[in-house]
Design a protein around this ligand. Structure first.
Ligand SMILES: [Zn+2]
Length: 93
């Protein structure tokens, strides 16, 4: 029984060392598969972030630029600043 526990702990230790070593290779492969954005695509993304910053719909947790009027992040579900501001002004009045 003790030997089994030692083997399990040993395997967990080996996995903890090997997984971070193996992971960057997967990310590099995934990154190279992405096509680079052209100028128009970059500009439209910048405009989406600009709009999200103005309207308070930029997610503070994941950085996703949500559409105007959004109360929660479409990417991660976090409550957005715009929702907090409107809730606060509702409570104040
Ligand atoms: Zn988010």
């Amino acid at each position: 029984m003790t030997i089994l526990l030692i083997v399990i702990i040993g395997l967990a230790a080996v996995a903890a060392v090997l997984l971070p070593i193996l992971r960057p290779q997967h990310e590099a492969r995934a990154g190279s598969a992405q096509t680079p954005l052209d100028d128009a695509a970059i500009e439209s993304r910048v405009e989406a972030y600009r709009q999200a910053l103005r309207t308070g719909t930029l997610c503070l947790r994941c950085g996703f630029a949500n559409a105007e009027g959004s109360l929660f992040c479409a990417e991660c579900g976090e409550r957005l600043v715009a929702a907090m501001v409107s809730a606060r002004s509702d409570a104040g009045t």
